[in-house]
Every structure is written in structure tokens, then in C-alpha cells.
Design a protein around this ligand. Structure first.
Ligand SMILES: NC(=O)c1ccc[n+]([C@@H]2O[C@H](COP(=O)([O-])OP(=O)(O)OC[C@H]3O[C@@H](n4cnc5c(N)ncnc54)[C@H](OP(=O)(O)O)[C@@H]3O)[C@@H](O)[C@H]2O)c1
Length: 324
């Protein structure tokens, strides 16, 4: 099959299209023909091995490969069609249109991927194309996890720091669907996008330091590495909750000692994906696609993600194998 591979860490130019063996499913696995895959900020971080949060550099490097990447095919979030299923699989059948996450197994930047049946994969929303569906699981699963953890009540004031990114943009929509008033902090080029997604207020971080505004919030969801988290926590109303999706070590330690602080990584489950699908089909979550590129243009796609000019997700697509 064709896949975008990388055999050393570095800039976008380390990515290249190559012919590689297609993955082989086991008894409890599903073989999926990938139609679209999100190119995420995390993919770029794995490719370059530059992470803004430093504490997990060493454990991640050991897991990912010390001198070169152990898994040559990047990508975790996808939409596609089931080609075949292992003998013990009951949840899927050939021809099913699905979307979801391969998690730490990666592998979605290729024409085929194998996932275990228990992975966070489920039927593709009926009202979305493959490209639109592939743009949801990263932001949707992570945002749903944190917004549920925040136990938002209708009418509460929620501040989302980094609201125009993949996770923040889904958090706006989910917090709004829970009845919150949402204030969104990001770069001014993302103001239109976050307002379209339902943000009630926009704060431009390039000109305003939100921590000096004297405002108070019930929930603060922070996706920005290196944010002034102590000052953000000081902006909470009594009973307020601070959630950090990109925690440095000091935030992690604080989350163990302080009940108002939460910094857990999002588990990705089939149940959470099914909830997202229901919300999408009920019109509560829309997919936000900046641009789709054929996998042959993966370098351009990664550059687009890294310039931070994008308005929504960057998606890679594969052509029908017979069309090549
Ligand atoms: N906790 C988890 O389970 C989990 C899961 C997946 C990913 N992550 C991590 O979470 C991070 C965010 O993910 P993502 O995919 O949403 O990233 P993303 O799409 O790049 O979003 C980050 C957003 O924050 C904005 N931003 C940057 N500096 C800011 C500042 N000082 N104040 C306010 N906004 C600012 C960025 O805008 P500009 O840069 O354009 O200004 C961008 O819109 C990544 O580093 C990723 O590795 C965590």
C-alpha cells in the first residue's frame, strides 16, 4: 500500500510517500481502508520530537524510538471503510463506514490501517463526509473528556484558553451544548471561527492578558503550554474548576494536591465516540476543516499545521487504490 512514512525525526521534509506492506489483521482486529486522516499538532510534535511540555520528552522518546521512530507511519485520527474483520470480531462488518482513533498505535497516514475491535472506532456520522468525520475524533474525544470532567452546569462561565485549536474548537461547542457561556482566548485570526462555533466573547491573547481583566470564571480549560496557570487558577469563582490539557510538571503535581485542578490525559473509548456521533447527528457539533490535501502532499499539510494559520483541521486524503 502507499503510506507517508518518516525514518528520522526532523522538519516536515522527513515525510515521504512510500510503498509499504499493508497491515495484517489478527483475530480480534479490523482492517480499514483509510479515506481521510487528520494531520494534527501532536503528529508534528512526534515527527520533529519537539514538545512544548518538556517533562515527557524522555519517557516518550524511549517509547517512540531513541535514535529513529519505531513506528514509521504517523496519524491517529481517521475515517474510512471496513475491508475485513478477524474471526472473533462482532462489532464491525466489511463495508461499514467508520471513524475514530488508533491511539498510540498510529498508522493512519496510509491506505490501510488495522485497529483492535475494542479501539475508539464506531460508525461514521451519517451527516458527515469522510474528510469532515476525520477532523472530529482528536478534538471531540479530548474536549468531551475535559468538558465532562468540568461538570458544567447551565449558565456557568467557561473560559477556553487556546480555543481556536483542534481541541479548543470542540470544547466551545460541547460547553455551549451543556448550557455554558463561553469566553474564547486565541489569536485574532481565529476570532471569526470561534464566534461561529458559539463563543459568546473573544479575547485576543496578542493584545490582552486575560489574567489582568479582573474577570471570574466557573471553569477554565487551558490548552496552552506554558500558560500562566497560577494566575488563571486565581481567576476561578469559589467552587471553580481548572482543567489543563497540556500540563507541565508543576501543573501535574498541583493537580494531585488541589481538587480544583485537573490535568488527566483523555482516555479514548468507543462509548465517548458514540456520544460524539449522537451530538454530531443532533447538530450540536460541527466539523471544522481548514483544508484537505492528498497524502502525497503531507509535507505541505504539516507545514500548514505548524504555521498555526489554519482555521480548523488539516486532513490528508487517499485516492481509490484503483485510481492510481
Ligand atoms: N491532554 C491530552 O489528552 C492531549 C491530547 C492531544 C493533544 N494534546 C496536546 O494539546 C496541545 C493542543 O492541541 P491542539 O491539537 O488543540 O493544538 P492546536 O490545534 O495547535 O491549538 C492550540 C491553540 O492555542 C493557541 N495559542 C497559542 N498560544 C496561545 C496563548 N498564549 N494564548 C491563547 N491561545 C494560544 C494557538 O494559536 P496560535 O499558535 O495560532 O497563536 C492554537 O489556536 C498540543 O500540544 C497537543 O500535543 C493533549
Amino acid at each position: 500500500m502507499q503510506a507517508v512514512i518518516y525514518t528520522r525525526y526532523g522538519g516536515p521534509e522527513v515525510l515521504r510517500l512510500a510503498e509499504v506492506p499493508a497491515p495484517v489483521p489478527g483475530d480480534q482486529d479490523v482492517l480499514i481502508r483509510v479515506r481521510a486522516a487528520e494531520a494534527t499538532k501532536s503528529d508534528c510534535e512526534f515527527r520533529s520530537f519537539r514538545f512544548s511540555v518538556k517533562w515527557f520528552w524522555l519517557p516518550l522518546r524511549i517509547a517512540a524510538g531513541i535514535s529513529r521512530p519505531r513506528r514509521r507511519i504517523l496519524g491517529s485520527y481517521f475515517a474510512g471503510e471496513v475491508v475485513s474483520v478477524g474471526g472473533r470480531v462482532t462489532r464491525f462488518a466489511p463495508g461499514d463506514q467508520v471513524y475514530g482513533s488508533t491511539g498510540a498505535r498510529l498508522g493512519t497516514y496510509g491506505e490501510y490501517v488495522v485497529v483492535p475491535e475494542r479501539a475508539a472506532v464506531g460508525p461514521k456520522p451519517r451527516n458527515m463526509t469522510f474528510v469532515e468525520a476525520a477532523a472530529v475524533p482528536l478534538g471531540g474525544l479530548n474536549a468531551l473528556h475535559f468538558m465532562r470532567r468540568a461538570r458544567i452546569k447551565p449558565g456557568e462561565q467557561v473560559l477556553i484558553n487556546g480555543a481556536g485549536g483542534s481541541i479548543g474548537a470542540h470544547a466551545i461547542q460541547i460547553a455551549r451544548s451543556m448550557g455554558a457561556q463561553v469566553s474564547a482566548v486565541d489569536h485574532p485570526i481565529k476570532e471569526d471561527l470561534v464566534r461561529r462555533l458559539g463563543a459568546d466573547e473573544f479575547i485576543d491573547y496578542t493584545t490582552v492578558d486575560v489574567t489582568t481583566t479582573g474577570r471570574r470564571f466557573d471553569v477554565i480549560f487551558d490548552m496552552v503550554p506554558g500558560s500562566p496557570y497560577r494566575r488563571l487558577i486565581a481567576m476561578l469563582q469559589p467552587g471553580g474548576r481548572y482543567l489543563n490539557g497540556n500540563p507541565r510538571l508543576s501543573v501535574l503535581v498541583r493537580s494531585m494536591l488541589d481538587k480544583t485542578v485537573s490535568a488527566a490525559f483523555a482516555p479514548e473509548t468507543p462509548d465517548a465516540l458514540a456520544t460524539l456521533t449522537e451530538m454530531i447527528e443532533a447538530g450540536k457539533i460541527q466539523s471544522i476543516v481548514d483544508q484537505a490535501y492528498p497524502i502525497a502532499e503531507a509535507i505541505t499539510a504539516h507545514r500548514r499545521v505548524e504555521t498555526e494559520q489554519r482555521q480548523g483541521a488539516v486532513v490528508l486524503t487517499t485516492a481509490e487504490p484503483s485510481a492510481r
